[in-house]
Design a protein around this ligand. Structure first.
Ligand SMILES: Cc1ncc(COP(=O)(O)O)c(C=O)c1O
Length: 379
């Protein structure tokens, strides 16, 4: 990442962009006809031209965050939600109008997998591999959904190839693990770029939110759904997420530097059977690091070959925090089969490598030697 690129992130939260935080639930109305027009305009999912009326229809602080994120993801617009899962749900609901099924590529975050597999949004899912998309896609495919790097095994997928294979069908890339610092899926053809902003974008483990970067048309549909379902991001969260952008590249670089070192040491550790980290050549067979992504990021998964050993390691850490979530200042370790991916179908878990001995680490900002000492001791 160049100095110039870092500057773009700082500029998104700098003083000259600063808008007063707007927390009010409703705006005073002095002209009812004008307010009625504004209400109708907002209900169509458009950005306000007049009175913003009510906080569920529009909020300036949230809007500032959305526009900043859209600029960093090279899209025309973005829509923020109360969580990453609210963002996934709204996207699936919006896409459902275009077809009768989705194609989804595992692994996905366990919550997304569960939402799709249980048909929570009322639409069928067909689970495919990236190589099967070209043959599986039909005129009635509403959406193709993928994560890269994927949670929790860090599988990488060639976004451009996936979008070519999907043809006219919209493609949603969950880019939570990469952030706009490491990749811009829209440049490679993705229709929708989703982040659980709870993670790296917030960056301090103290805010929950989600965001989808996309075209104005998609944004309009997503805002209509957000208004109808009430999944608006709280303005205080919008403020914190926008502030998070200023330090995002620096946090990513620092955590990535530590993660590279830990991944190499884990490969050598006698108790570790397999390490999954995009910076290891074996985990990047298509050479996507340096092309699709500017770096491998700061998430690592590794297999210790045994459920009990993995769970004990998670419980015994002293410096690392045993907790779900990711992308925060503290290094976190968790056991996906017991926690984040526990609702995923057992056969699917096995098929996509979420084994009983798998641990996932979100590398934070502590010193590498403290982290390594801790891991070495529990392994
Ligand atoms: C890749 C990914 N997408 C989406 C989500 C859901 O985000 P949230 O927890 O903000 O609802 C998560 C949560 O861990 C995630 O890891």
């Amino acid at each position: 990442m160049s100095t110039h690129d870092r500057t773009k992130f700082v500029a998104q939260s700098s003083a000259h962009h600063y808008a007063e935080m707007s927390l009010k639930t409703s705006a005073p109305i002095d002209d009812v006809d004008a307010a009625a027009d504004s209400f109708a305009h907002l209900a169509e999912g458009r950005r306000p031209e007049g009175n913003p009326i009510y906080g569920r229809l529009h909020n300036d602080t949230v809007s500032e965050f959305e526009l900043a994120l859209a600029e960093l993801e090279h899209t025309d617009d973005a829509v923020a939600f109360s969580s990453g899962m609210a963002a996934v749900t709204a996207t699936v609901m919006a896409a459902s109008a275009n077809g009768d099924h989705l194609l989804a590529i595992r692994p996905l975050y366990g919550g997304t997998d569960h939402l799709l597999d249980e048909r929570v949004c009322g639409i069928d899912v067909r689970w495919v591999t990236a190589d099967e998309v070209a043959d599986a896609v039909t005129d009635t495919t509403a959406l193709v959904i993928a994560e890269t790097p994927a949670n929790p095994t860090l599988d990488l997928l060639d976004i451009q190839r996936l979008c070519d294979d999907a043809g006219d069908t919209p493609v949603l890339i969950d880019s939570t693990f990469a952030t706009p610092v490491l990749q811009n899926p829209a440049d490679l053809g993705a229709t929708l770029v989703l982040h659980s902003a709870t993670k790296y974008i917030g960056g301090h483990g103290d805010v929950i939110g989600g965001v989808v970067a996309c075209s104005e048309d998609w944004a309009q549909r997503l805002r209509q759904i957000r208004i109808a379902t009430g999944a608006l991001l709280h303005p205080m969260a919008g403020y914190l997420l926008r502030r998070g952008l200023a330090t995002l590249p620096v946090r990513m670089e620092a955590a990535q530097t530590t993660a590279r070192q830990l991944a190499v040491r884990l490969v050598e550790h006698p108790s570790v059977e397999q390490v999954y980290y995009p910076g290891l050549n074996a985990c990047d067979p298509h050479g996507l690091i340096g092309t699709q992504m500017t770096g491998p990021g700061a998430m690592i998964a590794f297999d210790v070959g045994d459920r009990q050993l993995a769970r004990r390691a998670m419980e015994d850490v002293q410096v690392i925090t045993p907790a779900v979530s990711l992308g925060t200042t503290d290094t976190l370790i968790q056991h996906p089969a017991s926690l984040t991916h526990s609702l995923v179908d057992d056969n699917a878990l096995e098929d996509c490598g979420i084994s009983p001995g798998l641990l996932r680490v979100s590398v934070g900002l502590e010193h590498v030697e403290d982290l390594w000492g801790d891991l070495d001791a529990v392994l």
